[in-house]
Design a protein around this ligand. Structure first.
Ligand SMILES: [Zn+2]
Length: 248
């Protein structure tokens, strides 16, 4: 049976389909990840507009027989225009959405809160810290985080000045003794303290931690590499972002 449905959601991808239509990928705490069609989006000025990163209550019509849902209307909360205001913030926003899509709609309420929270504060100037916070929190939501206190391989608490390595069998940061020789991913003591402490507080509080630009650059590179080792995926936008920040 066909029916109308409404739920909060955010547009995480927007693609042309044919001459006239667009397909939006939504992340919703209720629906998870859902693709909907906006008929006439390219041509008709009467078509409902929902640009990339638009957050609001989406009203859709679900045609069960054709397995197709279409956009009827949207009550916009915010369009997150700051996310598209610069090149770095645009790449950062794309990367975060790519990670959400890579997680396939699991833990949707937590990812919705994390993504909308990060897009609310994202700017060119803070994009490295926002991306770092997004990734370490995303890994935590996915159940792939480490506590950065105790080596998960041998069970030994880390020494205060210890440099962590990475164990590829557990896909986790670990003490230097348990580190795999094949993966060169190290986390110095001050960076480990930042990751451990910021994971324990709200995003707004974590963004207040003072971090030098060099440290922010290293943390973002670490977070991106950590995500790729933990969840093998290509993350195309990560390459663009790292090139922009001179890291690739
Ligand atoms: Zn160990």
């Amino acid at each position: 049976m066909d029916r109308n449905e409404s739920a909060p959601a955010i547009v995480i991808r927007s693609e042309r389909r044919g001459e006239r239509d667009r397909v939006l990928t939504l992340l919703s705490p209720v629906w998870g990840i859902r693709c909907i069609t906006v008929y006439g989006a390219q041509k008709s000025c009467r078509a409902v507009r929902a640009s990339l990163y638009t957050e609001g209550v989406f009203h859709i019509y679900d045609n069960r027989e054709r397995h197709q849902a279409s956009l009827v209307d949207v009550d916009v909360i915010t369009i997150h225009e700051n996310a598209l205001s610069g090149i770095a913030s645009s790449f950062a926003a794309t990367l975060m959405c790519e990670i959400v899509i890579d997680q396939k709609g699991t833990e949707a309420p937590a990812f919705y809160e994390l993504l909308t929270g990060c897009l609310d504060i994202l700017e060119d100037d803070n994009h490295k810290r926002v991306v770092t916070q997004f990734i370490i929190r995303a890994l935590d939501i996915a159940g792939l985080s480490s506590d950065y206190e105790v080596c998960p391989v041998c069970g030994r608490p880390y020494a205060p000045d210890e440099v962590l390595g990475f164990n590829d069998r557990l896909a986790s940061p670990c003490c230097h003794t348990c580190a795999s020789m094949s993966v060169d991913l190290i986390l110095p003591p001050n960076a480990r303290r930042y990751v451990r402490d910021s994971l324990g507080v709200a995003l707004e509080r974590a963004m207040e931690y003072s971090v030098s630009d060099l440290m922010a650059t290293r943390l973002m590179r670490y977070a991106i590499r950590l995500y790729r080792l933990s969840c093998p995926s290509s993350l195309r936008s990560a390459v663009a972002l790292m090139e922009l920040d001179g890291l690739a």
